[in-house]
Design a protein around this ligand. Structure first.
Ligand code: CAA
Length: 259
């Protein structure tokens, strides 16, 4: 991948993606979108990839939003197109087969909060700040924020955050269920990696199907219970499930192959 706006590091079966525009507090522009789209399309369903961490460059920000300077002169139709593209890329992240963790190392605002919410898990540093400040610009969120924020914190709290544009602290985000854990300062990536290392010992097909089932709850074209019994049958018939059960009985660690 040759995208200077996204630094990609691979350590064995886990990737760390670092959005690399510190001079603009890692604001999401078209080039960052191109890079994210390329990555999540290339590795979609590659079961050798066991997890991804997304973080921001520099000390100050995860992502401070969509790039205001890039879209400020867009007309309505260009705006809708940009928003739809952002939503589609974030759906790819949300539906990725392996866990994607946002390691939030500072401001996660607007598109940045939306990117973190599209990830499966969120680890925040103690100084992280979350917000949907679009109303300050006379805008609504464009990359799923008006929908996913409700899923995480409920309508009452989401309505207030969206209407006031106010930021919340990492501690508040933890209390409200927006983040999974708070790391020590500077420890967001390490804590994310230790979580991924725990998950990667599980059956990869089961992980993929679990992510998809949780997403199904929020997909009104699907009946989650119906999907669950189908996926239970599918995973039960897999070699991995046979190996998992055998290993349990033989009191040893399973050797999953993702088949
Ligand atoms: N887009 C473009 N550039 C941005 C940016 C953004 N979202 N956020 C910060 N920057 C730039 C600033 O313009 C500044 O650049 P210059 O040095 O060239 O002026 C640089 O990053 C540093 O920013 P500040 O000087 O503002 O830093 P600060 O510490 O004083 O403030 C901040 C930090 C509170 C995060 C502030 O930068 C800020 O409010 N940023 C905008 C946040 C925002 O409104 N995000 C939502 C964007 S719209 C959106 O995301 C829509 C959507 O859902 C799709």
């Amino acid at each position: 991948m040759d995208y200077p706006e996204l630094i990609v590091e691979r350590s064995d079966d886990i990737f760390i993606l670092k959005i690399n525009r510190p001079e603009a507090l890692n604001a999401l522009n078209i080039k960052v979108f191109d890079a994210l789209e390329y990555f999540f399309t290339t590795y979609n369903n590659d079961l050798s990839v066991k997890g991804v961490v997304i973080t921001g460059s520099g000390e100050k920000a995860f992502v401070a939003g969509a790039d205001i300077k890039e879209f400020m002169d867009f007309d309505s139709s260009e705006g809708a197109k940009l928003s739809k593209r952002g939503q589609d890329i974030f759906f790819k992240i949300e539906r990725f087969h392996a866990p994607v963790i946002a390691a939030v190392n500072g401001f996660a605002l607007g598109g940045g909060c939306e990117l973190a919410m599209a990830c499966h898990l969120r680890i925040a540093g103690p100084a992280a700040k979350f917000g949907q400040p679009e109303v300050n610009l006379g805008l609504v969120p464009g990359y799923g924020g008006s929908q996913r924020l409700i899923q995480y914190i409920g309508k009452t709290k989401a309505m207030k955050m969206l209407l006031t544009g106010e930021m919340i602290s990492a501690e508040q985000a933890l209390q409200w269920g927006l983040v999974n854990e708070i790391s020590e300062a500077g420890g967001e990536i390490d804590l994310s990696l230790s979580l991924l290392n725990k998950i990667k010992s599980k059956g990869p097909l089961a992980i993929k199907k679990t992510i998809s089932l949780v997403n199904d709850f929020f997909d009104n074209t699907k009946n989650g219970f119906e999907e669950e019994y189908k996926d239970f049958g599918f995973t039960l018939g897999s070699s991995d499930a046979k190996e998992g059960s055998r290993a349990f009985i033989e009191k040893r660690k399973p050797l999953f192959k993702g088949i």
